[in-house]
Design a protein. Structure first.
Length: 161
């Protein structure tokens, strides 16, 4: 009995390490799994939004901030048009300090604003950027930016997956 207890304790402590690594692909797959549960079409990864999300994350690192609005008042969507994504609708999810995709997604799905972005029928595309640590100095876990969008004029040749 004592061995069984010890095995359960070890498994419980080690459990977080068994979650999936946070990558753009794991985040998109997880968001799409939730969308499927609600009868929504999957989000497509759009390379223009990936570029914008990475530029957004770089800006936060360079200016040492974390938030939906930059210290000088810029919205998260100023990176979309320069990346070639002329949007009709756009949204953003941010997260910092997460170790696994499962915990990240559970947290987002418990947050009304993040959840509504993930499950919005207005969004067709997304781009995900991930960095180890934080944007305001050393930190545990990963920081994640997801930009959601629907283009004004869909281009069949767009860089979507």
């Amino acid at each position: 009995m004592r061995r069984l207890y010890l095995a359960v304790v070890i498994a419980a402590v080690a459990l977080p390490s068994f979650g999936s690594e946070i990558t753009p692909q794991s985040v998109i797959a997880s968001m799409n799994a939730y969308r499927q549960q609600y009868g929504l079409p999957p989000l497509r990864e759009d390379q223009r939004l990936v570029k914008a999300a990475n530029q957004r994350l770089d800006d936060m690192e360079n200016l040492d901030y974390w938030g939906h609005e930059s210290p000088d008042g810029r919205s998260p969507f100023v990176w979309l048009k320069p990346a070639g994504y002329d949007y009709q609708y756009a949204g953003e999810n941010l997260a910092a300090g997460f170790e696994t995709t499962e915990v990240l997604m559970s947290s987002w799905m418990e947050s009304p604003g993040h959840r509504s972005n993930i499950l919005s029928p207005l969004y067709e595309d997304c781009g995900v950027a991930v960095v180890d640590g934080g944007t305001t100095g050393p930190a545990e876990g990963r920081s994640i930016v997801v930009l959601f969008g629907r283009p004004k004029n869909p281009d069949p040749k767009a860089a979507r997956k």
